[in-house]
Ligand binder design. Structure first.
Ligand SMILES: *Cc1c(COP(=O)(O)O)cnc(C)c1O
Length: 737
């Protein structure tokens, strides 16, 4: 439709970009995890897999970021004001109960009653597949007071405010998306969100299953539920409740079904269990679930006792209930025990968790319970939509757009690394994409950038382990080097534009300090006449998916520089490489597999390896007053603390963090990082070689299509096959014949 629409809009005096800019990003996600879910939905529809996505319809999604005086300010995002893509389904509602009490009826069955009923209402977002008739649904739930609950008596008596108070309270459940922020742990509203989501979705799944009139013993042949992280782990307990209390199966029979229905993906490398709920809170909000959790845990611990008699330490470590004060429920453990498969999201991550967080569970449940599915991205959005010209150029060489459905076909681009005409076209497209981004930068920040400079990009959430600090310290190092040079020597340098973007969770203090730090450094450097076009630093406000689509095609180099062992996967490395950007990377997460596919020679690697990071940290701890191991980094710190970038006081926190503890081993990786950056400059000087590496980056991306990821889930975990929706024309023909 695109050409037709473009032409039609022109008649009205608009461009297609005008129209597209009216459309708001779905603010439903929290960075990589939400974006991954979106890529999977796109792939499941394209691969014709019969799948649904379930989520909450947050009225205010992820906050909007504004930079004021270099600081991040958060604003609510009214993304639902204009959303033509959702279809309200007032006919699809689920009553969800909270609070109340549990009593035993005459048959000894538990009955959960006297609670407060909240209604979940479905909103469907169609997910059309590429080049198929199949369209799946993303079903999002919003909450409202149950229609039976509205207090008409109060309303009649003129007490309007109190009559609607319940309604407003009910609506707050789906009102706001929590940023991934540890400080939110243990909030009741968040637990309510999770339960509403799980209960409504399960009820929907079961309703669909029951239409078939099959017995419960068939359930696991027809349904599999993939839990995307610990947030929906309550679904496990909820299904057990439905089977035991409502369907009257016995406990063990029910648990057999439950634990063959769910599979669970973990997205974090953190050794500590992230999500914990205080027992008193669950008891109050979901009293029946708390009983069931105790029973599940009791059976589990009995099993462990029998298999590992006398190992009290083990028993404590694997118990769902943690004996803190008050006691807490480890949701992660419910996820592991209630699932038949548990997977990590890159080879390194999946291996690492079996040796750390999940070690005890591997010992008890066996290694076979744990597996790996490496993440991927959808080439439809991240190549074809974001970079239409590159997609067209590739299609012209490969003879068709089939690579958008079978990304391994990109391998054939390796044949053209000496085709000078092709390389020229390839380079021209990159330059055009850079010009497009440069215009955006000038429009939004006022900074003029040279499009022939090397565009060096780091866009992702501000999380200490992703190490934006390392990048900006490297920028300062470059700045000092330029300043120290004789002006006549400077013409030999490769000009750079360092581009940053990303949000910090509101409670992430050091993340916000780092954003401020980058902006202050940018202000000084960008107005320094000694530097001119040789170095510019840009912070792009409010990084989101639309911005990513603009930025990825325009990068020459992108940074994926997390401390080894800290990033579970990462997916933006794949987006940049698929658009012909080279990567500077640590040996971490999915970087390892990306490097394997592209070839080490075509990437810039540096830093300590994951197994060595612990040793480095131990050495820090044993030698608290140690000197900074990098002279280069010391010069950077001195420049900051001497006031080169304005008042050092607000900047000192970012520096002191490294001097005082350096948990992410910035100082130990700094010189290696600088050396890799020098290699980047040297390689960029030879544009022909650079373009060759750029082509080889794209050629190696076959593995990282999210189609490959969802096929792997289908075959190795879900046991489902593709089902093509029939062509309605053929059905008509059959009818008339
Ligand atoms: C891909 C993507 C991410 C994930 O980036 P990582 O570098 O893998 O952390 C985050 N936010 C947006 C908007 C993305 O498109």
């Amino acid at each position: 439709m695109k050409d037709v629409v473009t032409e039609g809009l022109q008649d009205f005096g608009f461009t297609v970009e005008d129209l597209i800019s009216q459309e708001h990003d779905a603010a439903l996600g929290n960075g990589g995890l939400g974006r991954l879910a979106s890529c999977f939905l796109d792939s499941m529809a394209t691969c014709q897999l019969p799948a649904w996505g379930y989520g909450l319809r947050y009225r205010y999604g992820m906050f909007k970021q504004q930079i004021v005086d270099g600081n991040q300010i958060e604003h609510p995002d009214y993304w639902l004001d204009f959303n033509p893509w959702e279809f309200p389904r007032p006919d699809v509602t689920v009553d969800v109960q909270f609070y109340g009490r549990v009593r035993k009826n005459r048959e000894g069955k538990s009955v959960w009653q006297d609670g407060e009923i909240i209604e979940a209402v479905a909103h469907d977002v169609p997910i059309p597949g590429y080049d198929t008739r199949n369209t799946n649904s993303l079903r999002l739930w919003s909450s409202r007071a149950s229609s039976g609950e509205f207090d008409f008596q109060k309303f009649d008596a003129g007490d309007y405010e109190n009559a609607v108070a319940d309604q407003l309270t009910a609506e707050t459940i789906s009102a706001v998306l929590y940023p991934n922020d540890d400080l939110d742990r243990g909030r009741e509203l968040r637990l309510k969100q999770q339960y509403l989501w799980c209960a409504a979705s399960l009820s929907d799944i079961i309703r669909r299953f029951k239409k078939s009139d099959r017995p419960w013993s068939d359930f696991t042949d027809y349904v599999v539920i993939q839990l995307n992280g610990t947030h929906p782990a309550l679904a496990i307990v909820e299904l057990q409740r439905i089977l035991v209390d409502l369907e009257e199966l016995n406990f063990n029979e029910a648990w057999q079904i439950v634990s063959r229905t769910f599979a669970y993906t973990t997205h974090t490398t953190l050794p500590e269990v992230r999500e914990k709920w205080p027992v008193p809170m669950i008891k109050k909000l979901l009293p029946r679930h708390m009983q069931l959790i105790y029973e599940i845990n009791h059976n589990w611990l009995e099993r462990v006792k029998k298999e590992f008699p006398g190992d009290l330490g083990l028993l404590n470590r694997v118990s769902i209930i943690e004996e803190t004060d008050p006691k807490t429920v480890r949701t992660l453990f419910i996820g592991i025990l209630g699932s038949f498969k548990v997977n990590g999201v890159s080879e390194l991550h999946s291996e690492q968790i079996t040796q750390t967080t999940f070690k005890d569970f591997v010992k008890i449940l066996g290694r076979g319970r744990f597996t790996n599915v490496t993440n991927g991205i959808t080439p439809r959005r991240w190549l074809h939509q974001a970079n239409p010209k590159l997609s067209a150029l590739i299609a012209s060489k490969l003879g068709s757009y089939d690579f958008l459905k079978d990304l391994y076909l990109l391998q054939r681009l390796k044949l053209y690394t000496n085709d000078s005409e092709f390389k020229k076209a390839w380079a021209d497209i990159k330059l055009e994409n850079k010009a497009r981004l440069a215009n955006y930068i000038t429009d939004t920040t006022g900074v003029q950038v040279n499009i022939n400079a090397l565009f060096d990009v780091q866009v992702k959430w501000f999380d200490e382990h992703k190490r934006q600090q390392l990048n900006i310290f490297g920028v300062i190092h470059r700045y000092l080097k330029i300043k120290a040079m004789d002006p006549s020597e400077r013409s030999g340098l490769v000009p750079r534009v360092s581009i940053f973007g990303g949000k910090a969770a509101p409670g992430n203090w050091i993340g916000k300090k780092t954003i401020h730090f980058i902006n202050k450094v940018a202000t000084t450097i960008n107005k320094d006449p000694d530097v001119g076009d040789l170095l510019k630093v840009v912070f792009i406000e409010d990084y989101n998916v639309s911005k990513a689509e603009l930025i990825c095609p325009a990068s020459d180099l992108s940074e994926h520089i997390s401390t080894a062992g800290t990033e579970a996967s990462g997916t933006s490395n794949m987006k940049f490489a698929l658009n012909g950007g080279l990567i500077i990377a640590t040996i971490d997460g999915s970087n390892i597999e990306v490097i394997e596919e592209i070839g080490e020679d075509n990437t810039f690697l540096f830093g300590h390896l994951a197994p060595d990071v612990e040793d480095v940290r131990r050495a820090h701890a044993e030698n608290p007053g140690r000197e900074c191991p990098s002279k280069n980094l010391l010069s950077v710190f001195n420049a900051v603390l001497d006031g080169m970038f304005g008042d050092p006081e607000p900047l000192a926190a970012v520096v002191n963090r490294v001097i005082d503890q350096d948990h992410y081993i910035i100082s130990d990786d700094f010189d290696s990082y600088i050396a890799a950056q020098d290699m980047v400059d040297e390689t960029y000087r030879d544009q022909d070689k650079w373009i060759e590496k750029s082509i080889l980056s794209v050629a190696g991306m076959g593995k990282f299509s999210s189609d490959r990821s969802v096929w792997q889930y289908s075959e190795e975990i879900w046991n489902i096959e593709s089902v093509a929706v029939k062509d309605p024309k053929r059905r008509e023909y059959k009818k008339s014949s």
